[in-house]
Design a protein around this ligand. Sequence first.
Ligand SMILES: C[S@@+](CC[C@H](N)C(=O)[O-])C[C@H]1O[C@@H](n2cnc3c(N)ncnc32)[C@H](O)[C@@H]1O
Length: 273
Amino acid sequence: MSGWINQVFCEDALTGLARIPDGSVDLILTDPPYNLGKDYGNASDRQSVDAYLAWTEQWIDAALPKLKPNGSLYIFLTWRFSPEIFVMLKKRMAMMNEIIWDRRVPSMGGSVRSFSSVHDTIGFFVNRKDYYFDLDAVRIPYDAATKKARSRSIFVGAKWLEVGYNPKDLWSVSRLHREHPERADHPTQKPLEIIERMVKASCPPGGVVLDPFMGSGTTALAARRCGRNFVGFELNSEYCAIIDSRLAGPAPEPVRKAAKRKAASPLATANQE
Ligand SMILES: C[S@@+](CC[C@H](N)C(=O)[O-])C[C@H]1O[C@@H](n2cnc3c(N)ncnc32)[C@H](O)[C@@H]1O
């Protein structure tokens, strides 16, 4: 592989995507501006609805040719524009899941004219039927109590009890509050736990993950921790410096396969079958 691999280019994704050969990435995993007025030091999150949707269609059409035929895409959105953007993607790919990320926001006041929104909406799309997907890499272990409760003879030797369960489509993982040890100086940084699950499930070891909107570089770091390659873009030079410093840190141990983790994660307890 050549000059574009394992690089985050500090430039506009729309122009930068031309650096990547068509059909060369296994997974597009991205968290684009949601158009909710966040300050990323640029106007990307403050567009008119028409301009935002036209721009979204433009980057989708520039990014999708980069995918291999058996590749996949995950996109973070919110309820505000996920309907329009899912329709856009469904014209180009097959939709496999709508995953709800419950950010575990504590109850504190909130809206008085509607229900407080505490989740992100994630779309999982694939190019064609034989897409890469490794469920075993992301199974969640049953905790000791559940295993004990299922110790009757009919469960003895049940492989599923040992290998853990499918994470399902409701992912309950705390957002990164200010004091969180993972937290960098970026307003919408995503937790590694979520991004690593997507990488392990949908990109083969040694494969390539593309994120056109890197922010603080979570996708790049997750790819590296999981033994995958990455490539991506970020407009804001201050965030590019954060990405450099996150990637310059000692290469952390890859996260063990979820099914082998000892302690149940918050996600495991919330979603236990
Ligand atoms: C929602 S944030 C991504 C956060 C990231 N997932 C993380 O965990 O840190 C979207 C990012 O896209 C960047 N951005 C917006 N327009 C862009 C463009 N045209 N090209 C590259 N980056 C862009 C913004 O500066 C912002 O940092």
